[in-house]
Design a protein around this ligand. Structure first.
Ligand SMILES: Nc1ncnc2c1ncn2[C@@H]1O[C@H](COP(=O)(O)OP(=O)(O)O)[C@@H](O)[C@H]1O
Ligand SMILES: [Mg+2]
Length: 246
C-alpha cells in the first residue's frame, strides 16, 4: 500500500569516510506502511545508509526528508533496531522498553507491548536472564514504544538461530502492521528480504549504489516455499550477481 508522497525520502549524493566515497547517488523512498529490505555484500554501505536515514549521521551530501520535512537529527518518528539488542544491562526489561520515553513510563503500555512481542510477564527480568531472541524482542518493543512512524532495522535477526529467526520475522510483520509503522531493514538473508519486503533493494559496492528496487507483488501472508516467492528470490540473486555481491 503506497501513498502519493513518500514518508521517508532519502537522497544521498555522496557519503565519504576519510576521503573514500562509500555511498554514491542513492535515492530511496519509503511509503507509509511499507516494508523495504536492503541486501548487498558486506561493506557496501548498508549500515551507513541506515544511520543517515535515522538522522544519526549528518555528515554527508544530500538530504533525508520525513513527510517532506528535512531531517535534522534523531527523532522519535524514526527508531533503530540494531543487530545486537543493545539493552541496558542494569535496567529491567520493562525499564529498557520504556527507556526512550524518558520520565514516567506507563507500566500498562509496557506490559501490553511485552505481550505483543511474546514476552508476557517478563518485564521484571534483567537482560542477562534473556535468550538472544528474547532480547531482540525487547529491542523491537523498545523501538515501538514511542510510536515511531519508521522502524529501521540493521540485520536484526543475524545473531539468532534459524528457528527463532523465522518466528521473529513473523513477529516483525505482525507488529509493523498493528502499529502502522513503515520498515526499512537490512538483511544478508535473501529469503528473508523477499519474504518480508514489499520491495527489495540490491546494493552494489565501491562506492555503494543501489539498483532499482525489485517489487515483491505478493500479499502477506506469503508462502515461503511457494513458486512465486521463489521467482522473486531468483531475481534478487541475479541482481546480486550483477552487483558482484555473490
Ligand atoms: N565510522 C567509520 N569510519 C570509517 N570507515 C567506515 C566507518 N563506518 C563504515 N566505514 C566503512 O564504510 C564502508 C561501508 O560500511 P558499512 O556501512 O558498515 O557497510 P555494510 O553495513 O554494508 O557492511 C566500509 O568500507 C566500512 O569500512
Ligand atoms: Mg552493516
Amino acid at each position: 500500500m503506497t501513498t502519493p508522497s513518500p514518508l521517508l525520502d532519502i537522497h544521498v549524493r555522496h557519503k565519504s569516510f576519510a576521503g573514500q566515497e562509500v555511498l554514491h547517488d542513492i535515492r530511496l523512498q519509503l511509503h507509509g506502511g511499507e516494508c523495504v529490505t536492503l541486501v548487498g555484500a558486506s561493506g557496501c554501505g548498508k549500515s551507513t545508509l541506515l544511520r543517515i536515514a535515522s538522522g544519526l549521521d549528518r555528515d554527508y551530501a544530500g538530504k533525508v526528508r520525513l513527510d517532506g520535512q528535512p531531517l535534522s537529527g534523531p527523532t522519535r518518528d524514526i527508531r533503530f533496531v540494531f543487530q545486537e539488542p543493545r539493552l541496558f544491562p542494569w535496567l529491567t526489561v520493562a525499564g529498557n522498553v520504556g527507556f526512550d520515553a524518558g520520565g514516567v513510563v506507563d507500566a500498562s503500555r509496557v506490559a501490553a507491548l511485552l505481550d505483543e512481542v511474546g514476552l508476557p510477564g517478563l518485564g521484571g527480568r534483567l537482560p542477562k536472564e534473556l535468550s538472544g531472541g528474547q532480547a531482540q524482542r525487547v529491542a523491537i518493543a523498545r523501538g515501538l514504544f514511542v510510536q515511531p512512524r519508521v522502524l529501521l532495522l540493521d540485520e536484526p535477526f543475524s545473531a539468532v538461530d534459524a528457528f527463532t529467526r523465522l518466528k521473529l520475522q513473523e513477529l516483525l510483520l505482525r507488529v509493523a502492521r498493528a502499529h502502522r509503522v513503515a520498515v526499512l531493514m537490512v538483511t544478508h538473508d535473501i529469503d528473508e528480504a523477499v519474504y518480508l519486503g514489499d520491495r527489495v533493494v540490491v546494493f552494489e559496492a565501491n562506492p555503494g549504489r543501489i539498483f532499482p528496487p525489485i517489487a515483491v507483488p505478493l500479499a502477506q501472508p506469503r508462502d515461503r516455499d511457494g513458486a512465486a516467492v521463489g521467482e522473486v528470490i531468483a531475481s534478487v540473486r541475479h541482481a546480486l550477481e550483477q552487483a558482484h555481491a555473490l
